[in-house]
Design a protein around this ligand. Sequence first.
Ligand SMILES: C[S@@+](CC[C@H](N)C(=O)[O-])C[C@H]1O[C@@H](n2cnc3c(N)ncnc32)[C@H](O)[C@@H]1O
Length: 221
Amino acid sequence: MNPLDWFLNQARRPRGWAGRLLVRGMNRAHGQMTDWALSQLSVRDSRALLDIGCGGGGALLRLSELAPQAELHGIDFSPQSLSVAARTNRRLMEQGRVLLREADVSDLPYDDGRFDLAVAINSHYFWSDLAEDLREIVRVLQPGGTVALAGGEYFGGKHDTRNRRLASNERMNCQTLPELRDTLCEAGYSNTEIHEEWNRGWFCVVGRKPVVDTEESLRPT
Ligand SMILES: C[S@@+](CC[C@H](N)C(=O)[O-])C[C@H]1O[C@@H](n2cnc3c(N)ncnc32)[C@H](O)[C@@H]1O
């Protein structure tokens, strides 16, 4: 396997000691981008939020300060990622504020309407079926709840050439930002927003679960 394939396989699902090292490195390498992405969101009043593909748990630690009243949940399908996330958030886990579970985004182990905010940072381009997985996320969001996909790999940005090389041979599912927004709309989100930090090559695309108009839904058809 060539080094790029090896690296992206590890980023997709970290394994073994090398995976643990990589995840620890990602906590550092993704810190500034994560701060920027979270600054695009209204996080402060969140009561229950979910970090999907939480990796080493760096975003959960940041969110614990930005959303002081929130229960913070993280899922990842890599046990290695979760063990680093548990270390990163040990004190918050002892306090019962951070809860981690091994799970796949395609089958979230939560009731409908459990969260007001879901974030996925540098993760969605590895999911098996982005549109379907976004539908699974909309299920666990409350009406009006927010989903945010953020990262540095997308088409049309400052690092387009690099990202097209990374995504070649279906190694990653990269899209342009308008395409990503269309995928959110197809999956049932509304009030979408696109944020881009061109100079750094970062994006954060946001969608909201529609609030059902109860009068409308109760009206006989
Ligand atoms: C590139 S890492 C990013 C980790 C972290 N969010 C960050 O920004 O540093 C991608 C993470 O998403 C997880 N992941 C990828 N596909 C997943 C899926 N289908 N379900 C749950 N986790 C997934 C991987 O195991 C890995 O920990």
